[in-house]
Design a protein around this ligand. Structure first.
Ligand code: ZN
Ligand code: ZN
Length: 442
């Protein structure tokens, strides 16, 4: 392809600014912007035309006129004047493809800086929106004049704004997980800011048997507030979610938080040991460079005796996905079981022998059937230790695969958990107290 000839063919048909002409050859030559490509082409074409026009060649003069009008070339305009030719009249021409919007890159960059002002961030991404008719026009243009070396107008705008914003803000453009996304529509001269969430991971211990993990809406009013819930909209005044998220929300000035955890304990079970992994997701945080040690201390001071957090650290959305899947997790429980009849030493030994290294088939427990699908799951038990604490009571320590419902392992849940402690001993058992001692993620 003769680049000059092709380029001249394009601007003979349509007015094209340096950016839009150069963009049709974007893949040719490295380390230069499209406007430099476009300008270089126009200058060479002007020199060629000047050479011809000196001999009063009509083609040469025409070429200068096209460059001076459709090419917006100041050099061609000056050359025409110098050759004593009249400048052709043009009724306020605009670039056919960009409508002159590349001239707004600097001013819209300043506007973008104003929009992100006040937000703490390390990385950003620029998103470009263009009206449908602009994209259609470019597609049509390409279908007629395809050079095979072009890039899209969106792509060019994105790169230019990205570079300009990086330079002005001193921050880094990042594609996968930017803190902020500035969406710019250069044609409507509009922009808006998308603030991506902040993720903070940690572990919590729950020291009491009266607090649910997450905020639990009132079953009568579903959160609106009624007589039954005293206008709070909640079944319980506090939750692990609320106790941990308050100080974080305060420090980040976010809109709201979402609580993600690796499984959940029952409301009446404590969560002890090293705690359960969780992630707090803060929507639209203004501050990101927060002192997690100080937030941890504040949470622990406010929730003292109820909930304790540790190991707070910044994390990513991927970790939330991993937590929620809970694959490969293991749990250690301690529970106090009460039996209908007295326990023999042989019975204790039988429990340890039969359940250590056993697989349990468990149909979704009756008590959670209203919110979980009715399925049979198979879960592995690594080890069970039993100690009698009174004639009818025993403490059991169970180390098992995550997802096993241990209360049902004891009761049998009307035959829905097989095998189970009650059937094995022929002695009906129930759980009086339950603690989670350990949550192990792989
Ligand atoms: Zn243009
Ligand atoms: Zn209510």
């Amino acid at each position: 392809m003769d680049v000059l000839q092709k380029a001249f063919e394009l601007i003979s048909k349509y007015p094209l600014c340096d950016h839009c002409l150069g963009r049709q050859f974007a893949l040719l030559g490295y380390s230069m912007e499209n406007n430099v490509r476009g300008s270089a082409i126009k200058i060479i074409l002007t020199m060629q035309a000047n050479d011809l026009a000196k001999e009063k060649n009509v083609e040469g003069v025409n070429q200068l006129k096209v460059l001076a009008t459709n090419g917006f070339s100041r050099e061609a305009q000056e050359t025409l004047k110098h050759l004593k030719n009249r400048l052709p009249k043009t009724p306020d021409p605009k670039c056919y493809l960009c409508e002159g919007k590349f001239e707004l890159v600097d001013s819209l960059t300043e506007k973008s800086l104003a929009v992100v002002q006040g937000y703490e961030y390390t990385t950003f991404l620029v998103g470009i929106e263009v009206p449908v008719q602009v994209e259609e026009r470019e597609d049509e243009f390409k279908s007629v004049f395809n050079t095979g070396y072009g890039e899209s107008i969106k792509h060019e705008f994105g790169r230019l704004f990205g570079k300009a914003l990086a330079k002005r803000s001193g921050k880094e453009a990042e594609y996968l997980t930017p803190d902020l996304v500035v969406v710019i529509n250069p044609f409507e001269e509009k922009l808006h800011l998308q603030v991506n969430p902040l993720f903070v991971a940690g572990r919590y211990r729950k020291l009491v048997r009266t607090i649910p993990q997450s905020k639990w809406f009132c079953s009568s009013c579903r959160g609106r507030g009624c007589e039954k819930c005293g206008g709070t909209g909640k079944m319980y005044p506090e939750s692990v979610e609320e106790l941990t998220s308050g100080p974080l929300l305060e420090a980040t000035l976010g809109e709201k938080t979402a609580f993600h955890a690796a499984g959940r304990e029952d409301i009446d079970a404590r969560m002890l040991g090293t705690g359960r992994p969780f992630v707090l997701e803060v929507s639209r945080p203004v501050k990101r460079f927060v002192d997690l040690k100080a937030i941890e201390a504040k949470i622990n001071a406010e929730a003292v005796g109820k909930v304790e957090v540790s190991h707070l650290r910044f994390t990513t959305r991927d970790v939330v996905r991993h937590l929620k899947k809970g694959e490969g997790s293991q749990k250690e429980y301690r529970l106090l079981a009460e039996f209908e009849n007295e326990l023999s030493d042989v019975a204790l030994q039988t429990i340890e022998n039969q359940f250590s290294g056993a697989s349990v088939k468990q149909q979704t427990p009756l008590r959670v059937l209203h919110r979980r699908a009715d399925l049979i799951r198979e879960r592995y038990i690594y080890k069970v230790k039993v100690r009698k604490v009174s004639p009818k009571r025993a403490l059991m320590e169970i180390h098992c695969q995550g997802g096993l419902y241990v209360k049902e392992l004891v009761s049998g849940d009307e035959g829905r958990t097989i095998p189970n402690v009650s059937d094995l001993l022929g002695n009906k058992a129930k759980t009086l107290k339950l603690d989670v001692l350990k949550v192990i993620m792989d």
